[in-house]
Write a protein that binds this ligand. Structure first.
Ligand code: DC
Length: 209
């Protein structure tokens, strides 16, 4: 079974996808981490994330970079969003994701274009959303605990800018697949969001059998 989980930043999609993988005992890939590694490698190379050649060169990052805690930073998230615009970068990262999705036994992947590009034939597609204000509050609280220095207003502006870039790009923009099931987590605890997601997957599987 392939489960595609897409949605904007801080929607809860990462936690939901990870818990779905655990519940159904499937391997899990956080595809955003690949784009974050490219963004981080551009910075390490002192390159320009908006330059396609610099971004493509950074796709050659070492595997060890995937364990770097700096990948979780908001600054790296923004670099990831910038490098992800380049079709060359998407092409360089796609094969690994498609192979992961199509491994025997199936997989859960989360990202922006899993249901539309990476696994268009996924058995279940979820699109997880939440209002920008709720997402900014979640991210602000998470970053404040880690000693972050941004205000809530700055975080909200970052989230809106990232949404616009991810949804507005020409190549594989963030959008729900036509057959995606929508889950709005604005008023849900993360535990409730996971339970709803499991119920949606189970219902979809029942309707197909
Ligand atoms: O999910 P995330 O916040 O870790 O993703 C960081 C950025 O990477 C996101 O703003 C856009 C890009 N991305 C993408 O274009 N396609 C994906 N499948 C995953 C992430």
């Amino acid at each position: 079974m392939i489960v595609a989980v897409d949605g904007p930043t801080a929607s809860g999609k990462g936690t939901v996808a990870k818990q779905l993988a655990r519940h159904y005992a499937l391997p899990f890939l956080d595809t955003g981490l690949l784009y974050r590694a490219v963004g981080r490698q551009v910075a390490i190379n002192k390159g320009d994330a908006d330059n396609a050649a610099d971004a493509l060169a950074a796709c050659d990052f070492p595997d060890s970079l995937l364990d770097d805690s700096a990948l979780r930073d908001e600054a790296t998230g923004s670099l990831a969003s910038r490098v992800s615009i380049h079709p060359e970068v998407r092409a360089a990262l796609n094969k690994h994701q498609v192979d992961f999705a199509n491994q025997q036994g199936g997989a859960v992947l989360d990202g922006r274009d899993i249901g539309t590009v990476i696994a268009p034939d996924a058995d279940v597609k979820l699109f997880i959303t939440a209002s920008p204000e709720v997402r900014a509050k979640r991210r602000y609280e998470e970053m404040a605990k880690a000693g972050g220095i941004k205000t809530y207003e700055e975080m909200l502006a970052d989230i809106i800018a990232r949404d616009e870039r991810d949804m507005g790009r020409d190549e594989a923009p963030l959008k729900p697949a036509e057959d995606a099931l929508l889950l709005d987590t604005s008023d849900l605890t993360i535990g409730d969001a996971v339970q709803r997601a499991i119920a949606l997957v189970d219902a979809q599987l029942r309707s197909r059998s």
